[in-house]
Ligand binder design. Sequence first.
Ligand code: ADP
Length: 935
Amino acid sequence: MRKMQKLLRDSSFWALVIAISTTLAGAGLVYHNFQTQNAVALEIIRTGNCIDQLNQIHSLELSEILSGEGNGFSVQLTDRLKKMATIWPKTQDSLLFQSIANRLITADQRKINPNLEAEFQQLSTRLISRIDQLSTLRREYFRDDLNGFIVLIAATIGMFLFSTWSLRKTMMLQRKKDLIELEKEAISERENLFSTSFEFAAIGKALVGLNGQWLRVNKSLCNMLGYTREELLQKTFQDITYPDDLDLDLQNVQQLLSGKITSYQMEKRYLHKNGSIVWANLSVTLVRKADHQPDFFISQIENISRRKEIERELAESEAKNRTIVSNSLQALLLGRPTGEIIDANPAAISMFGYSLEEFMHISRDTLFDTTDQRYPAFLERRAKTGKAMGELVGIRKNGEKFPLYLSVALFKDRTGKLLTSASMVDLTESKKSEAALRLEKEKLANVLEGTHAGTWEWNVQTGEAEFNDTWAELLGYDLRELGPISIQTWNQLVHPDDLEISNRKLAACFNRETEFYECECRMRHKKGHWVWILDRGKVLRWTADGKPLRMFGTNTDISSLKSAQKNVEESELKFRSIFNSAFQFIGLLDLSGTLIDANQTALDFGNLQPGDVIGKKFWDCHWWQISPQTQQDLQLAFNRAALGETVSYEVAVWDQYRKPIHILFNLKPLKDTTGKVIAIIPEGRPIQEIVEAREALLEKNQELESFAATAAHDLKEPLRMVNQFLMRLNEKYGQLLDEKGKQYIHFATDGAVRMQALINELLDYAKAGNEHTPMEEISTEELLLEVTSLLKNTFEEHHASIHWKGLPNLYGQPTALKLLFQNLISNGIKYQPKGAKPEINIGMKDQGTHWLVGVADNGIGIKPEYTEQVFQLFRRLHTREEYAGTGMGLATCKKIVERHGGKIWVESTYGSGSTFYFTLRKKPSPDRAASKNSS
Ligand code: ADP
């Protein structure tokens, strides 16, 4: 009822009514008109049709017929007229047509019958006028009626259109109203719906202010970002956007605000409250106010972290696969089963020599030697089973053929297309290696044969073992005698004590504590004695669960080595006992001066344990701590020994009570076969007693010397008196004495002169090398000039000559050295054959620490058996009558040289001269302080 009322109130209803009634009225009018005109119209339509027929007759044939020329068409015309007669609406016309048709005869017939001709003419005239009449009538009817009809139709259409327009308009207005109403209802409904869908949406949703402030956020968004709703509403989206993504986001916002876009979507990162990154897919739409001004944004934020993670993993895996493929040493090709190649990795490119581009244009068959019999079989296998692998012959771009190992598999890609993947390895090198390996094996076999090594292979799990013939030979067996062979064979032959050690070592190897197994063990020879065997091996294969599976090893007879080792040990033992029981202190120093070894005597001397001194610098050891100077001297001496010199000197060191004990100390360099110093041997022996005795002796000597000097000096005076009085006796009473008396006086005077000479030389001897006289550098040449001048008379008397050339300086006591040269030169002039011209040559040679001086003469020489005796005091080889002398000259020389730290000796060829050699220590340089006492 309400709907009815509403309908009646509705203007569209009335518009509809008007439209319908107008249309019905129009339609009714048309219908009425149609009904009233129906008969006329029917007639007109029919007439129209007939007229068309008649017109055709009229225009074409009738005139011809009537003119008597259209005989050919008369039958046709007759038929038409008959047909028209049947359909013609007006009876008189129909009759007319019938009668014309009936009388339509040919012109020839009409010529025969003039009545007919007349009747025909009459009928024809009637027909033509009727046709004209009807034509006119039709034209007029259609013109008038058409106008009215058109007006009526136009009015009806106009009415209809108007009604429809007003109806549509009204309906639209009504619909709008309804829509507003409905919308109002829907809005509140939608609001509810929105609220619910907003709040409980599975994805993050938010309304965001134009400044980025979160205005409304849903639960999913809070969960996604880890903030509470209140916390989030305090923030802007900029605050929690990952800095790198902010620019793009803000650019999008700008575009949105400027109206260039209506929404945007982007993948971006938010910062979770805990600092982690949340990947999200963001969709933003701008909501505008009624005046089109931007109001706020609606954002939909979908968490895509997991997807990103998967994408990242995928990308990583893709990259990994790409890297693997790119870096694979195996050549990889991707192709189709038909043989086209669609991808190739760098290894394939380098293997075949084609570029990637070139690969795309060649067929698989180009890459392989298709004439190789294995090739078709390979393809067949692949086609049947979907995969195949085996060796084939490859062909490089340059035509070179090479062996390769190919593995092919068919697979489907994501789209289901069948592809082939081929991986290839160039076997050129491995073929070479195989040959090399064969060679190596042969070599190994030769080595094993050459070293006479037995070999064994052992399956640790089953106990099966194999030994070679040599192994059996080592123990005096033929391998067949020992069968059946197993590891038990070995176990039974090995010495029980050594089996235990061997098992321990094997266990260590099996536990991977050691890489190799090595054990020296005794094995029983067939003849019963033990043979020392070096048993070595390595596990070559392990079971899947890490147990040793196959082990390979060798056995070598080391009996001779063992006995040599035993000898060495024995010799070492011997050496050790000698070393330790030696009276001397002996040790061993490395080249840095570290004490490596010291014998028991040395340790006992200082009451030391090896640990107290071994490994220490020698000069820091107890013995040498007596004074810093001693330590320093030792270091300097060590440096010289390290350079190859044997250094020897007397030094006081500490004993166990820190009492200074003198030792004669040597540092001897130990050299290898090439003469290189490899170690230093320090050696010392206590000479405290000797030193003390020597000192006592020296004291006594000094006493004696001073006694001799005093005695000689004191004897000189009474001897001078004896001499004087003998001379006076001879002068005053000589003529009173007989010959005998004169002879006695002569003997007495001669004895006194000789005694004087003896006393002088005794004094020289006593004073020679007096330690209190200071040593100094002496010009040898000046010294010689002085000596020559002193001996001037002697030189002249014997027509002697002396020669030297560029002599270096010496170091010593000037007076002593002068006496030394004087004695040697004067002896050289004296001990000459009668009438010979003495010739003295003096030369010097550098001996490092010393100068060697030689004084050579061309005199009578000395028999070899006397070359040492001549240096003894008072030892003379000739009578006074032959050569005057006291036998003290060379003894004095010896004393002087030794006091200067040198040696003197003579080398002579009897009958053709002698050379007296002596050495004199050089002037010590500051760094040679330690050699103060060294010899
Ligand atoms: P003296 O010359 O006073 O006899 P020396 O001690 O000088 O005593 O010499 C000892 C001996 O050595 C000499 O008696 C001499 O027989 C021998 N002698 C020394 N010098 C020479 C020399 N240059 N040639 C040969 N014999 C020598």
